[in-house]
Design a protein around this ligand. Structure first.
Ligand code: C2E
Ligand code: MG
Ligand code: MG
Ligand code: MG
Length: 288
């Protein structure tokens, strides 16, 4: 949060900060129109078993193609959307789009959707998920929501209550970016997560640092103790993959296994199998 507070910097770097603020404000204004103007899209990244390579699902990752600036990374525009509340309609749109598209896939694949802390606090997520599943016809067992610890940190009691209700629908919940931020063992004990995702910063530095690898190993052991599958994010090299394999990590996600890409593209490269009769529909759709 500290980095989002510009006040301190203004005192020291007035002209430059003015620019930054203006750019931020104009980007936030552009984001307001992005949904209506069809500039947002959802990319999908494969999640697979490390031991067998079997695909178990895909994570939906939001993309914004700005008409003048080109692609803006979500790490830049999602905080803006959280500040001005746009994350609510945008989050709803991502959920609906991802669920609708997942109904075209072979039913053995799950779809994982990120939920922002702001959504979690300000929306009746249970109702939203329920109506989205009803509207799209996606089986609840095929949907997974990804939450980070900062999401449940604000109001743990409400979070726990909501998590139980979501699970009652048959939807599963993953703990995203584990190892960063507020990670606590108590969260793992108290919250009924179905999957732990080890943050990719651990994979990144895993090659060089024994300490980092010790953390990965400990999280894998925790997962085993709790009976929760552990997924390693950000696998980029064969070396990382083989280390994770030998440590008994259950699942992985990363550029090595597949980069996030539009639906059309992951279908074309054979990374995603569709229900037979849907092939033509995807092929005929323009952008995806
Ligand atoms: P995340 O949920 O932890 O998503 C994983 C991020 O890691 C994605 O970044 C993905 O592109 C990136 N990644 C995957 N494999 C690799 C790899 O091998 N190497 C590297 N360097 N990166 C890899 P992305 O798409 O830029 O998204 C960043 C974050 O933005 C996400 O982190 C998530 O917190 C947020 N986000 C993305 N889409 C949504 C959304 O629809 N709703 C919400 N609330 N947040 C979203
Ligand atoms: Mg995620
Ligand atoms: Mg993550
Ligand atoms: Mg992240």
């Amino acid at each position: 949060r500290a980095k989002a507070d510009p006040v301190q910097k203004v005192r020291f770097y007035e002209p430059a900060m003015d620019e930054v603020l203006r750019a931020r404000r104009s980007l936030a204004a552009d984001l307001r129109d992005a949904l209506a103007r069809d500039q947002l899209s959802v990319h999908y990244q494969v999640q697979a078993s490390i031991a067998t390579g079997q695909i178990h699902g895909y994570e939906a990752l939001l993309r914004w193609n700005h008409p003048k600036l080109g692609p803006i990374p979500p790490t830049e525009f999602i905080p803006l959307a959280e500040e001005n509340g746009l994350i609510l309609p945008i989050g709803e749109w991502v959920l609906r789009t991802a669920c609708r598209e997942a109904t075209l896939w072979s039913p053995s694949y799950k779809i994982a959707v990120n939920v922002s802390a702001v959504q979690f606090m300000h929306v009746d997520l249970v109702q939203l998920v329920k109506s989205t599943l009803a509207e799209t016809g996606l089986a609840p067992e095929r949907l997974e929501l990804e939450l980070t610890e900062s999401t449940i940190f604000t109001d743990r009691e409400r979070a726990l209550h909501m998590l139980h209700q979501i699970k009652e629908l048959g939807v599963s919940v993953a703990l995203d970016d584990f190892g960063t931020g507020y990670s606590s063992l108590d969260t793992l004990r108290s919250f009924p997560f179905d999957r732990i995702k080890i943050d990719r910063s651990f994979c990144d530095s895993g090659e060089g640092s024994p300490q980092t690898f010790a953390i990965i190993r400990a999280v894998i052991a925790l997962g085993k103790a709790f009976g929760i599958p552990v997924l390693a994010e950000g696998i980029e090299t064969d070396d990382q993959l083989s280390r994770l394999t030998s440590e008994g990590c259950d699942e992985g996600q990363g550029y090595l296994l597949g980069r996030p890409a539009p639906l059309r593209q992951i279908v074309e490269t054979g990374q995603l199998k569709l229900i037979h009769h849907e092939r033509k529909i995807i092929a005929n759709e323009s952008g995806a």
